[in-house]
Ligand binder design. Structure first.
Ligand code: HEC
Length: 111
């Protein structure tokens, strides 16, 4: 009896191992719908954000952030994009981009 259980465990294990690559191949990745544009603004950071922030993902990512997010949050976010994902950001452009984001998507939005 003990042997049957061991055999069952072993065959289950090999089944899992055999199936693993197949399962990985079938897995689908759902990307957020494309085409969400940055909210237009007369702020200089708007144009800079268009040039720097929507190459890898749409502006939907900004929409999903809490509207209560303060300036420091956006500052960290922009710097994270550069440090972690290698966004080709010019350090000199960061303050204006952060200004635009805080005033357009964060807690500095006009009420
Ligand atoms: C080099 C590619 C790249 C560029 C350029 C880029 N991002 Fe991202 N960004 C990513 C990736 C990858 C993720 C997804 C991270 C994850 O899923 O955790 C992301 C996620 C985000 C998120 C979602 C929140 C989060 O923490 O995941 C926000 C908001 C965001 N980016 C804002 C920006 C802004 C603002 C800029 C411009 C300064 C920017 N991104 C430029 C790659 C990029």
């Amino acid at each position: 009896m003990k042997n049957t259980k061991a055999l069952l465990t072993a065959s289950l294990l090999s089944l899992t191992l055999i199936n693993a690559p197949t399962m990985a191949a079938v897995k689908t990745i759902v990307l957020p719908p494309d085409g969400v544009q940055l909210k237009p603004s007369p702020l200089p950071g708007y144009v800079k954000a268009q040039g720097n922030c929507v190459a890898c993902h749409s502006a939907e990512y900004m929409l999903y952030q809490p509207p209560t997010a303060p300036r420091a949050y956006w500052d960290t976010m922009v710097k994270r994009m550069k440090a972690v994902f290698k966004a080709p950001l010019n350090d000199a452009d960061i303050p204006e981009i952060v200004d635009y984001l805080a005033k357009t998507y964060g807690n500095e939005q006009p009420k």
